[in-house]
Design a protein around this ligand. Structure first.
Ligand code: DGP
Length: 112
């Protein structure tokens, strides 16, 4: 499968890594929309939020645990936003489930 995030997860394409374990990888977004902007992805391929099922949802819970740890480590006291874009109208450009974590500026009202 020609999936850029699978290649990043496999170490075939470099990234600025923040965190990695057996299940997930967190890395800085190549096109940051805020002073802090990183992505957290499952290492196994899930196309989008629409493909989350009872069979693969454990990794999503793990992703949110990792986000809680990383945002605490980064000391994001003023808050942060977690976003996943799903499908064309949401602007999903990479068809591998990923959670954006954005912080370091006021994130409203320009984003929902
Ligand atoms: P989305 O529009 O929700 O599908 O966001 C995809 C994000 O992925 C976008 O903010 C840019 C980022 N991105 C795309 N390709 C790469 C890459 O090769 N490396 C990194 N670090 N980020 C990427």
């Amino acid at each position: 499968m020609d999936c850029i995030f699978c290649k990043i997860a496999a170490g075939e394409i470099p990234c600025k890594k923040l965190y990695e374990d057996e299940q997930v990888l967190a890395f800085h977004d190549i096109d940051p929309k805020a002073p802090v902007h990183f992505l957290v992805i499952p290492k196994t391929h899930i196309g989008s939020a629409s493909e989350i099922t009872s069979g693969n949802s454990a990794v999503v819970a793990h992703i949110f645990e990792v986000i809680a740890k990383l945002t605490a480590q980064l000391d994001l006291k003023n808050g942060y936003r977690v976003v996943t874009n799903c499908g064309k109208d949401a602007g999903q450009s990479v068809e591998h489930l990923h959670f954006h974590v954005l912080a370091g500026r006021l994130l409203y009202p320009d984003m929902a």
